[in-house]
Design a protein around this ligand. Sequence first.
Ligand code: SF4
Ligand code: SF4
Length: 305
Amino acid sequence: MNENLLEFLKGKFENSNLNRLPENYGGGKIFSHPLIGIAQGSDPIFQKFKETVGPEHLTPLEIWMASGQGQVPASDLHTVSIIFPFTDNIRKESNTPITLPKMILPAEIYSVARNFAKDFRNYIMSQTIDFFQNKGFTAISGKLSDAYTLVAKKDFYSTWSENHVAFAAGLGTFGLHEGLITEAGCNIRLASVITNAPLTVTPRKSDEPYANCLYFAKGTCRDCIKKCPANAITEKGYDKTKCNRYRVKVAREMVPRLRSILKSYSRRINWKYKAHNFPVGCEFCQFGVQCMDKNPMASRYIDWY
Ligand code: SF4
Ligand code: SF4
């Protein structure tokens, strides 16, 4: 069934109008093609995420039940992670920022693509749920469920991290910039669905969480450190607070410029509050870097065989 699902998703990526930029930005595709990975619901790594992400991060079974589904053995469930790689055109144009006197802003085309991406991602999750339901199975989306929220405490994280779920499904590992470095690079968006359909697990090539990053694997690169205008990435790691502060500044400048085109989305914070926002991105740390559009450590897997 993995292959059928991938073919189904390729068709949606090719034909959906939601995967298109507005005409004044060329009208081209936002995402090139999907990649998918499958993890088993009983994989112990989901328990580990309660330590690495936060105690409120849910396992597939927990989010399944929180979405109104009955108790089942966790091994009956699979998570399907879907990777959305931005097109080469968007990646190329996004490497040139808008320069203001005191800061830089992402290229307009990227902010628009990043903003429209959420609608397409939600559509793809709904379509994937339909795909399984039409075959007689049940499926839910963690991100679209009421159990999904941003947890804002001293730190902030979500109850369902798409990056971590995709790592569990063998789709990539983290980079120094904390993005997921996949075979299609790190300049991607992600989504996932949980289902009781009998899918084939795509095993992780390594449980080492930073195996695909040149800095952690070889002590080289550091491109993302140089690219970040907020000094949010150092050899010690990624500073979420500094990054977020810069993102807020970007949004403050970018949203008024693009308001007539941008879509607004609601966000749950601490389970209660729904805030509306206009995501416009930043991600200089992903453009023009060695892991932008590929896994720079891919050759090590060839060496193993
Ligand atoms: S840019 Fe280089 S150091 Fe940064 S995450 Fe990518 S591979 Fe790692
Ligand atoms: S998203 Fe922007 S601020 Fe955050 S680490 Fe990347 S370049 Fe820096």
